[in-house]
Ligand binder design. Structure first.
Ligand code: GAP
Length: 432
């Protein structure tokens, strides 16, 4: 299978089986927008929940917040985004499409229609909107391009309520918006996406140590989720490439069919944000060490991880074709359904009612699928394709001895398990 062929197969599976649909499809779509279907939303929610458990609940040094999408526009002036969050674009003089200059590869003509190009100009990548009834410059607001700023502007609130001891982090998951003009590659680059970010506040002298530590934590998280480690690499940004706030950035890149590209980013933001917010808001955002009395503006190491990039990376890592079946080998922890329950035959009421009983009981603890269409082979095929780790079949033996078959997605092996043991059986597998 060619690598492009793999991308097409994944896009088609995602649409057919309800993971990802093209945005506004009945109106011809909208570039770089996608909607997540019933299975996609489960997958995304499972990733976000696991991330929160890993980096917030299981750590004593990280607290979570949920800040606004629309913040006071002064936030984006202080953060440098109004002046610095830009792409350099050239516009075609005849079809008026805009292209990122860094991606034109020295072409002097429009790649779409061959028209002449304007001189490169900076365009802001933040979406603008207006707050209130009047659309003038005084009412301009922006949709956040990163969740980080709500963390910086709430830094003092969190410190005052919790008095965390440095080093500590503040985490947030939420939508971010960017006016992306580069097209294609499925959900890799979107106008809106979910961002999982941590601002980890440290003393300046410690930044290299924590930078290295977070590299390890980010990579372990990705590999633990099921990302293929052999397709990952770290790449350091050059000085020209680094965001305006960063003194060092490294991307964790994944080898997609369209080349090595950023999965996650790690930046050392120094005290850039807290310094600017202190200056422009006039509020003292310094941190006081309660033991030593020392007061200072903390520095920050920032791991930033996109949910859609996680999803697309997992799809490429977990998609397998083998022995006449397609199998999505998602980790059971994030698979949309944990278990599927089938009566062996849909026209035998005693099998169906026993299967319904088991289905209802498992549903109280796991997200469970029900399927009584077609033959068992087709049902297995359909569940393998969406990554359901275990299938439970209720057959005639069940009616005699209260056992069922449990079939494992990856090995395709089946074992007989007592109905009374099923919940424990799946719980222990899920806790591995
Ligand atoms: N606060 C830092 C920050 O926003 P970034 O590298 O610009 O850093 C962080 O973005 C992460 O967000 C990326 O590593 C990627 O996972 C994801 N991401 C960025 N732009 C994206 C887009 N247009 N569509 C989908 N995900 C995106």
């Amino acid at each position: 299978m060619t690598e492009q062929g793999l991308l097409e197969k994944i896009v088609s599976l995602c649409k057919r089986r309800g993971f990802v649909y093209p945005g506004s499809e009945i109106y011809g779509g909208l570039a770089n927008t996608w909607d997540f279907g019933p299975l996609g939303v489960e997958l995304k929610n499972n990733i976000k929940r696991l991330w929160w458990e890993t980096f917030v609940h299981k750590r004593e040094d990280i607290l979570g917040i949920d800040g606004g999408i629309i913040l006071n526009p002064k936030v984006w002036e202080a953060s440098g985004h109004v002046s610095g969050f830009t792409d350099v674009l050239s516009e075609c003089k005849s079809c008026h499409k805009r292209f990122r200059v860094d991606q034109l590869e020295r072409a002097k003509k429009c790649p779409e229609c061959g028209g002449g190009l304007t001189e490169p100009k900076r365009f802001m990548s933040m979406f603008k909107t207006f707050v209130g009834p009047v659309e003038d410059s005084a009412s301009v607001a922006y949709l956040r391009p990163e969740t980080a700023q709500a963390i910086f502007v709430n830094f003092k609130n969190v410190v005052d309520s919790f008095h965390p001891k440095i080093p500590f982090g503040i985490a947030q998951i939420g939508k971010a918006f960017r006016n992306e003009i580069t097209l294609g590659n499925f959900i890799f680059r979107d106008l809106e996406f979910d961002l999982m970010e941590i601002e980890y506040f440290i003393r300046e002298n410690d930044w290299q140590r924590y930078f290295e530590e977070w590299k390890g934590l980010m990579e372990n998280w990705a590999v633990g989720l099921g990302v293929n480690k052999s397709l990952l690499r770290w790449r350091e940004h050059s000085a020209e490439e680094r965001a305006h706030y960063s003194k060092r950035t490294e991307d964790l890149e994944f080898k997609f069919p369209f080349g090595f590209k950023e999965l996650y980013g790690l930046a050392y933001r120094t005290s850039y944000d807290l310094t600017n917010h202190s200056k422009i808001s006039g509020k003292d955002l310094s941190y006081q060490d309660l033991e030593t009395g020392e007061k200072f503006l903390p520095h920050v190491v920032e791991p930033a991880m996109g949910v859609e990039r996680t999803v697309i990376t997992l799809l490429f890592s977990c998609y397998k074709e083998e022995k006449g079946r397609v199998v999505l080998q998602l980790s059971p922890k994030i698979a949309p359904y944990k278990v599927a329950v089938f009566p062996l035959l849909a026209n035998k009421p005693e099998l169906v009612s026993k299967a319904r009983e088991i289905f209802e009981n498992l549903k109280t603890e796991f997200h469970v699928a029900w399927d009584d269409r077609g033959n068992i082979g087709k049902r297995y095929y359909a569940q393998d394709e969406i990554g359901t780790p275990w299938c439970v079949t209720i057959d005639f033996q069940t009616l005699e001895d209260n056992t069922v078959t449990v079939r494992d997605r990856d090995t395709t092996k089946q074992e007989r398990i007592a109905i009374s043991d099923l919940k424990d059986y799946f719980s222990s597998k899920l806790s591995l």
